[in-house]
Design a protein around this ligand. Sequence first.
Ligand code: NAD
Length: 250
Amino acid sequence: MFLPARTEDGVVVREVVARLQRARAVLVLTGSGVSAESGLPTFRGAGGLWRHHRVEELASPEGFERDPRLVWTWYNQRIAAHAKALPNAAHSALARLEERISDFTLATQNVDSLHLRAGSADPVELHGNLRHARCSGCGVRRELDAFGLPLDEIEHHCGGRMRPGVVWFGEPLPQEAWERARRAAQRAEVILVVGTSAVVYPAAALATQYARSAYVVEINPEATPISERVDSRLRGAASQELDAIARAVA
Ligand code: NAD
C-alpha cells in the first residue's frame, strides 16, 4: 500500500482506505480549497476582498442590483482564470476514485468546472457554474466562453439582465442538485469533506446534519467549525491526501 511520509496521517489514511474499499456508497463534498493548488484563490485566501470590495457583496443579488458591470467584471476575470487553470492531482484522484466505487457522488461548491475537466462524470454543482449566464427576467440561458459576458450585453432585450449562472449568497441552492446531494449524504457509508471552510450552509450541513451513519473525514490543512464533529482529519493539502488515498484504494 502506498503510504504518505507522515506517520500520524498514515494511520488515518489506512483507516480511510479500508473504509472506502468496503463502502458501497460514498459522498465527497469539495470546496474552493480543492482548486487552490490549481492557482485559483479561495475566498478566505484572497482575504475575502477584490478591488476593495467584499466578495459577499459582489456575489449577492444586492451587489448585482447595485452595480452589475462591476459584478460582471469580477466574474469575467474569474472565468478567464478558470479557463487558464488546470485540474490538479486532487481533482484527478477524485475522478479515479469514482471508477472504483459503484455509488459515488461528488458534490462541489466550486463553480470552476475543474472536476468536469478532470474527468468526473457528473458532479453535483451545488452553487451552479460559470459556463453559462442566464436572464433574470425571462430565464434564457447563454453559454459563455473564456471571455465571459461582454459588459454591453448585460441588459437583455426582454427587460431583464443577464446574470452569472451561479448561486449567490442569500439564494437557495438549485433544487435538483440539493436533492441529489442530500440523498447521497443519507446513503453514504463514507463522506469526505475536502477543502471547504464548512461555513457556507446548507452545503456544510451535508456532512453533519444529513449524514445518517457515515464515517466522515475532513481533508483540510486548517481546522473548521465541523472539525470536532468528524470521525477523522487529514491535515495535508487535498492533492497529497487524495492522491495517496486514490492510489491505495485502486
Ligand atoms: P472557503 O474559501 O471559505 O474555504 C476554503 C478552505 O479550503 C479553507 O478551509 C482552507 O483551509 C482550505 N484549503 C486551502 N488550501 C487547501 C488545500 N490545498 N487543500 C485542502 N484544503 C485547502 O471556500 P468554501 O468553503 O468553498 O466556501 C466559499 C464559497 O466560495 C463556496 O461557495 C465556494 O464554491 C466559493 N468559491 C469557489 C471558488 C472556485 O470555484 N474555485 C473559488 C472561491 C470561492
